[in-house]
Ligand binder design. Structure first.
Ligand code: TYM
Length: 333
């Protein structure tokens, strides 16, 4: 079946194993299937919903594009571009924000988590961030959106907004209602230090995550220090209940080795965590280190990265520009 894929990653630095296993690895598989049309966006407008250093932002935009390419996305097959270069995203976001009721946005749990206790001081941009995400997706007639579990609620909102627009303006199917693509067992990679907390770029402890720019020694050291429990590894999924750290390490091993959790439990059931950790460190360093090495090489070739982003923006502009034009006509502009 033909799929039109759109997804985005924020250029906020420290891209980690959660971003890779939850999203980027799936982008690569989708890019490799010739039946798909894929668009991967460096969502820099989303990044500025919290304060960014100007020079660092510029570097992080290039580094995110480099991470896509180093992971295996081929810019001659898929479109790679940065969101701020295509005007239609911001324009679409404004139009959709005039359709979406506040009540829908008030339900967004990620805003509550990110704004923390002092939500009066959070930017308006952070609050309406899911609408910009809806605009990103809907401008390209996207059929499928590969993301990690934490974006599920934003995708449900995108679907609701699309349906409301189509109904309000009596234009059935104008905005395509997209399907999420969320990998069942591996869509929420947890911190290496606390199995109840998501692996995140904002965690102050670098030991909580494997960065996609880590060296082999750093990867081995972080896995060695990852939290576990004192019981042996079980051989059944049900016995992983309430053992979040064990479940996370087994999940990471399965995902990076492209095998089911059941197969991993078969492999390690009855063994100690030291066995799992040494195998995990090995497989992670063999898969992540080449990416990290390639990112470092690509980042030195700014001209190449800027060319990929510029060509991608031209192609994206053509599609999104057409859609926004039709959208404005429907509204009466
Ligand atoms: P962002 O930049 O926070 O994360 C990029 C992708 O990585 C996934 N992810 C994880 N997956 C599993 N375990 C984790 N610990 C983990 N941490 C992050 C995210 O689910 C995401 O898929 N709002 C989005 C970016 C965005 C977007 C879009 C995505 C903007 N417009 C349109 C899809 C379509 C975000 O902040 O992702």
């Amino acid at each position: 079946m033909f799929k039109k894929i759109f997804s985005g990653v924020q250029p906020t630095g420290n891209l980690h194993l959660g971003n890779y296993l939850g999203a980027i690895k799936n982008f690569v598989d989708l890019n490799n299937d010739s039946k798909n049309d894929c668009i991967f966006c460096v969502v820099d407008l989303h990044a500025i919903t919290v304060k960014q250093d100007k020079d660092q932002l510029t570097n992080n935009i290039r580094e995110t594009a480099a991470t896509f390419i180093a992971s295996g996305i081929d810019p001659s097959k898929s479109i790679i571009f940065s969101q701020s270069k295509v005007h239609a995203h911001a324009e679409g976001s404004w139009i959709l924000s005039c359709m979406a009721p506040m009540g829908w946005l008030n339900r967004m749990t990620q805003f509550k988590e990110k704004a923390g206790k002092d939500k009066e001081r959070a930017s308006v941009g952070l609050y309406i961030y899911p609408i910009l995400m809806a605009s990103d997706i809907l401008l390209y007639d996207t059929t499928h959106v590969p993301v990690g579990e934490d974006q599920k609620q934003h995708l449900e909102l995108t679907r609701d907004i699309a349906q409301k627009f189509n109904k309000d303006f009596d234009c059935e199917d104008f905005l395509r209602v997209p399907e999420p693509l969320i990998k069942k067992d591996f869509s929420r990679i947890m911190s290496l230090k606390d199995g109840l907390k998501k692996m995140s770029k904002s965690d102050p402890s670098d030991l909580s995550r494997i960065n996609l720019t880590d060296t082999k020694d750093e990867i081995i050291n972080k896995i060695k220090k990852a939290k576990t429990d004192s019981l042996p590894i079980p051989n059944e999924y049900q016995k992983l209940k309430d053992r979040s750290e064990a479940k996370n390490l087994l999940g990471i091993y399965s995902s990076i080795s492209d095998q089911t959790l059941d197969k991993t439990l078969e492999e390690f059931g009855g063994k100690n965590f030291s066995d799992l950790k040494s195998q995990l460190a090995e497989v992670l360093s063999s898969k992540i280190f080449p990416i990290s090495d390639e990112i470092k090489k690509l980042i030195k070739d700014q001209n190449y990265l800027d060319k990929v982003l510029a060509e991608g923006a031209n192609k994206a502009e053509e599609m999104a520009g057409k859609k926004i034009k039709e959208m404005k006509k429907i509204i009466g502009f």
